[in-house]
Design a protein around this ligand. Structure first.
Ligand SMILES: Cc1ncc(COP(=O)(O)O)c(C=O)c1O
Length: 430
């Protein structure tokens, strides 16, 4: 019998009603002819429709970095679901969450959305409104969700244009966006000195084109440049929360004007947040009027709903804790050591990088310095081979590049299984 025959059959049936046979278009990107259909997931593991068991190192591309369905969150959500899910009115959980985020990241005030994408969108709007500037700046090969302005890249001639694959861009993103390479302070200054950039939207370490760490002193200098040219710094910690309970902002003492965090904030129950400094709060409050506050382009009927806030409270209070990061980070170190030893054993020109409890290997000798370098080293066919090889042996990596994430329930045995499978895969490649 074929290993995934039930998933294959479901995928065939799904063609009748779902565009492309999947509920969301990216699900087509999994290596193999069809995605496997999930039966149940708990902690670091899940099983599929055919009864196969997996170690999950994708963890919903960070949405389940807390582990799947942590008991404390399930209980809080079940209780809340019985007592009212959405009201367009605040619940007491919001007070806890606001105070927690304030301590975690050091920003004064918080608002809630349903996704990190929305949190980025609204932060950009605020930055534009208070600076009265038209443009935003992002790094080449960044990803910040489906934010129109961020689907821009540098073409071969260095000019900004729509990123490859950009579906129906509303305008040429060159009109809205400047793009520079990460770790290049001269390019950043050149882009800011025209005084028309409202904000830099940045991950503190890039995570969506492999892991790219900032060079020593980069953020201190970039922060100073942003201040000098009157540009706000929005730090998107949606993935880099893997660095610790306060993300890279706390670990590296960054001083963002605004901060975005989504995905894992509610253990995968939809929710996102953005925070701002006292100064940003005063500047935006001065420009917002009560009568118009529901039509300003910031908000959402379900944003800040009671269920999301209950999930966030349980997650922040009991899951994304220092004690859990102290368990998760050494597992990522173990992952790195295992993969790195195999790469060396076979003399492959690959490397493996780590940020907190996230690890990733790229197909170049030295860790890339920026998005352009990392993208140049990508190899879609090779990636798919490695992913499918692992999937068929019970290990799930993300469908995008080669990322592995640890959750509080991940074990050393889970990591060792990946290392064993990785070793077998690279042996087949030699
Ligand atoms: C850094 C970063 N920000 C924001 C997002 C958007 O998250 P969502 O798709 O949940 O809105 C992503 C998604 O991968 C991301 O990687």
């Amino acid at each position: 019998m074929v290993q995934h025959s039930k998933s294959a059959a479901m995928f065939r049936t799904a063609q009748n009603s779902l565009l492309g046979g999947v509920p969301m278009n990216w699900m087509k990107k999994w290596a193999g002819a069809f995605p496997i259909f999930v039966n149940g997931a708990k902690g670091a593991h899940f099983s599929d429709a055919d009864g196969c068991e997996y170690v999950d190192l994708c963890l919903g591309d960070t949405g389940a970095m807390t582990g799947h369905s942590p008991d404390v969150v399930v209980e809080a959500v079940a209780k809340r679901a019985r007592e009212g899910i959405t009201l367009m009115l605040p619940t007491e959980d919001a007070l806890y969450v606001g105070e927690d985020l304030k301590k975690r990241f050091g920003l004064a005030y918080w608002q809630f959305t349903l996704t990190a994408t929305d949190a980025n969108r609204f932060s950009i709007r605020i930055a534009r409104e208070i600076t009265q500037r038209p443009k935003i700046l992002v790094f080449h090969y960044c990803y910040h969700g489906t934010v129109d302005e961020s689907f821009a890249g540098l073409k071969n001639d260095g000019v900004v244009g729509p990123r490859r694959g950009n579906i129906g861009p509303p305008v040429n993103p060159a009109e809205t966006t400047r793009v520079v390479e990460f770790n290049d302070l001269n390019a950043l200054e050149d882009a800011l000195e025209q005084h028309d950039v409202a904000c830099i939207l940045a991950e503190p370490a890039m995570t969506n084109v492999g892991i790219i760490l900032p060079e020593e002193g980069y953020w201190k200098a970039a922060r100073e440049l942003a201040r000098r040219y009157g540009t706000l710094l929005i730090v998107d910690e949606t993935h880099t929360i893997c660095a610790g309970p306060g993300g890279c902002t706390a670990e590296w003492k960054l001083e963002p004007d605004m901060l975005v965090f989504g995905k894992a904030i509610g253990s995968g129950i939809p929710g996102g947040t953005y925070g701002c400094t006292e100064e940003v709060a005063q500047r935006i409050s001065a420009r917002m009027h009560l009568e118009d506050c529901d039509v300003g382009g910031i908000g959402g009927t379900l944003a800040g709903n009671a269920l999301s806030l209950a999930a966030m409270r349980a997650t922040l209070e009991q899951v994304l804790t220092k004690a859990n990061f102290d368990k998760m980070i050494p597992l990522a170190v173990r992952f790195n050591d295992g993969v790195s030893a195999e790469i060396k054993r076979h003399g492959f020109p690959w490397n493996v990088q780590r940020l907190g409890c996230r690890a990733e290997y790229t197909f170049c000798q030295k860790p890339p310095r920026n998005g352009g370098e990392s993208a140049a080293a990508s190899d879609f066919e090779l990636e798919r081979f490695l992913h499918l090889y692992a999937l068929n042996r019970g290990v799930l990596l993300t469908p995008f590049h080669n990322m592995a994430l640890m959750c509080p329930a991940t074990t050393e045995a889970d990591i060792d299984l990946h290392t064993k499978v990785f070793a077998e895969a690279v042996k087949e490649l030699t």
